[in-house]
Ligand binder design. Structure first.
Ligand SMILES: Nc1ncnc2c1ncn2[C@@H]1O[C@H](COP(=O)(O)OP(=O)(O)O)[C@@H](O)[C@H]1O
Ligand SMILES: [Mg+2]
Length: 272
């Protein structure tokens, strides 16, 4: 079964700009996919189409094999949680507790003890344990992003879309984010992560989707994608730095990590 499926999805903005053309994509429960592509490629448009914020001009968006046409954003977002690119477009409550529990309290779909359990779990994962009463706007951009991630975690949707969660994150925040991805995967959640950080992709994903000019131009493992120079050129992306260095000095094999670089260097009998 697919957690999420886009079938021949096209989208044109009201000003006539065609942002996506005939997109086909699917993700299974428990699968983790990185979406990469230069600014303007259509990544955010695709994300918004999957949770109903935008509706396809043509094609279908299916969640748990059900067509989302005619369903409200509220109904779709119970199944597809979207963490916006900019947290300030999402946050609208005065405390972290109120913000991240808003939907559950509003829907009355969850017992208060269960809400509190989820709050504790999510805040611990986000490195914000005990910060329930803090105003999100007193936090840094990076932490506000984690607040919006917690909001989605609390709803326990089957699909989670993270729009550029790595932007502006330091090492500790990056580790927390990676923990959250692992946590979601263990729970069987399908996770789509839009990012510009190629090293983050290599560390965390087995499947990478490349977008360019409103379409998916490649879908494969990090090694397939990051050593396909034609695809990278077309998408205006760069190789991970260690891969670029390995290529520059002519190391054999398709190096993706520092460990592989060291092994390839030893194997070639060369030293730096
Ligand atoms: N509201 C809008 N009206 C018209 N064009 C838009 C709108 N939002 C985005 N676009 C255009 O659609 C294209 C894809 O945008 P977007 O999905 O945000 O790309 P990405 O997330 O990959 O950077 C861009 O060329 C962008 O300028
Ligand atoms: Mg975007």
């Amino acid at each position: 079964m697919k957690a999420l499926e886009l079938k021949g999805v096209s989208f044109t903005y009201p000003n006539g700009f065609k942002a996506l053309g005939k997109l086909d994509f699917s993700i299974a429960p428990g699968e983790k996919v990185a979406v990469i592509g230069e600014n303007g490629a259509g990544k955010t448009t695709m994300a918004k189409l999957t949770n109903g914020l935008l509706r396809p001009g043509a094609g279908q968006v299916l969640v748990n094999s059900e067509d989302t046409a005619g369903k409200t954003v509220a109904a779709i977002s119970r199944h597809v949680g979207y963490v916006f690119q900019n947290p300030d477009d999402q946050i609208c409550n005065q405390t972290i507790y109120k913000e991240i529990t808003y939907t559950l309290r509003y829907n009355k779909s969850c017992a208060p003890e269960e809400i509190d359990r989820r709050v504790k779990e999510a805040l611990a994962l986000a490195g914000m344990a005990g910060m329930e009463e803090v105003n999100p706007y007193d936090l840094s951009f990076s932490h506000r992003k984690f607040v919006t991630i917690c909001s989605v975690l609390l709803q326990e949707p089957e699909v989670v879309l993270l729009d550029e969660p790595t932007a502006g994150q330091d090492l500790a925040c990056m580790r927390r984010l990676e923990n959250i991805l692992d946590h979601l995967q263990k729970k069987g959640t399908a996770v789509l992560t839009i990012t510009h950080d190629m090293e983050f992709v290599v560390r965390n994903f087995q499947r990478v989707v490349v977008m360019a000019h409103g379409g998916i131009i490649s879908d494969g493992t990090p090694r397939e994608i990051f050593w396909n120079l034609d695809v990278l050129r077309e998408a205006a992306l760069h190789q991970p730095y260690i891969s670029a260095l390995a290529r520059r000095i002519g190391l054999p094999g398709k190096v993706l990590t520092a460990e592989e670089f060291a092994a390839a260097l030893r194997g070639s009998g060369r030293t730096l």
